[in-house]
Ligand binder design. Sequence first.
Ligand code: PEP
Length: 251
Amino acid sequence: MRKPLIAGNWKLHKTLSEAKELAGSLAANLSDVTEVDVVIAPVFTALTSVAEVIQSSPLKLAAQNCYPVETGAFTGEVSPALLKDAGCEYVIIGHSERRQLLDETDHFINLKLIKALEAGLKPILCIGETLQERETDQMLEVLTTQIKGGLANLSATHMAEVVIAYEPVWAIGTGKTASAEQAQEAHSFIRGLLQGLFTKEVALATRILYGGSVKPNNVDGLMAMDDIDGALVGGASLKADDFIRLVRFEK
Ligand code: PEP
């Protein structure tokens, strides 16, 4: 059985005091949640403060990115080991905004994933096609390339710690959600890829989240799908009430 996971990606939002306030509100209102893993990913500068706020709650901390080197002359970068030290359990890797704005490649993303695992972090690997790729029937090819590239050199044992997030780029921050059926089709395809690359057990055990304009009014339909194990949420994770409703999805 795969435990559902709802993750909030706060992106480049929230001052320190706003981040602590939102984390405090979530911690207070989600203290009873045991059947869903709840993860929040504030900006780097808020990580340690938010870690303190949520420390006696079920909420887990994630970083939004990492650099695949432990220490050294890498001005401006943050290593997985330092994120672990700051209280993170998860790290988002390969978000489409980073792929598009910062030209991150599957190879670089794979290096980050390996270093994150070595540091004891659980990577949330983001994949997904653009609108143009979907409309020109390249979706399956793109997902295959991103999965194979992102998960290269990983073992079945590593995969126990890895979470995949399918995020069609055309649905991120646009208000356009993939229908539950479109998302299910992609998730089922991804699970098939995992079976081919690893084992049937790995495919069945790996959590695959959907991301792309998940809101209180569509979360239940998405979560009703067999292969959708949770959500990676941007916009709706910035408001306590909305995010709480997502965590308390109805099946
Ligand atoms: C995201 O940032 O990963 C995301 C899915 O954003 P939104 O929910 O705003 O579409």
